[in-house]
Design a protein around this ligand. Sequence first.
Ligand code: F6P
Length: 342
Amino acid sequence: MRIGVLTGGGDCPGLNAVIRAVVLRGSREWGHEFTGYIDGWKGPLENQSIGLGVEDVRGILAQGGTILGSSRTNPEAVGGGIETVIENVRSDGLDGLIAIGGDDTLGVARVLTDSGLGVVGVPKTIDNDLNATDYTFGFDTAVNIVMESLDRLRTTGTSHHRALVVEVMGRHAGWIALHGGMAGGADLILVPEEEFDLAEICTHVEACFEAGVAPLIVASEGAVPKEGSEVTSAAGTDAFGHVRLGGIAGWLADRIEEKTGREARSVVLGHLQRGGTPTAFDRVLATRLGYKAIEAASEGHWGKMTTLRGTSIELAPLADAVDESKIVPAQRMVEARYGYPD
Ligand code: F6P
């Protein structure tokens, strides 16, 4: 068989481990040949590809980012885009595609499958918000980066008796804030799933200082004040209709300082959370997902994606990744609050 591989959406640690597993197993077990499409859906849309052989994936297991490049190109937003992708993939002589991406990339994969082009999906996002899988690779690496950052910020915040507000990624789901915050012993965690009350936060900040704790607050970029809206850092939306979030930590630190008179500073972890080498957990998960994805393609299970269920790697319909996102349940926030100072 001849199979195309692409990585779409925001990059995340572990993408190269998936590509490596797909190519190694596919070449060795079935003698498949691979084409790597460049920069997500832009590759098949604009006919940009490279050969992808065993020698190309040597040594990439621990490498962050993606050797294929990525973009948020959406063929559905381009007139005749879906038809062009199908035409180009067919004229490249490919039997189908393996698309590694989040809900946007897998949404396009689903439309292509419905239009007759075989695609197998592999779920990825540091946000961990895909419903069809228990964990996405990249999430564990991001959480560890948040935890290490909080450990460092704790000592400087304490030394200077300052409140520190740390902004982490998570557009509509607060998984990174919740896990990173719990692991780093945050004194308050704000997630997009629960609107926050500024007055309550200021009371909590005061209580922390009274208890001798310089408060360390973790806020998802998508956290929203009760009397307000998401804080955005740029006008407009991307090709999938997403606004660019950013700025909630600065917004909150300013208000805490204004209302409590306590010094408050903000830190935005941003793309640090997506860069660099994957953790052991993410390397293993990404490798297992890639191993299963090439098996699914070889057996013609188009329209499916690989998923982690408990400790097993299984197949699920692509639609499961796209239809509903996985958000933080209220009970998980109750557990987190037990760690806060009184
Ligand atoms: O991939 C999802 C995500 O990590 C979101 O949490 C974040 O809003 C977004 O990527 C930012 O991506 P970029 O700056 O690359 O558009």
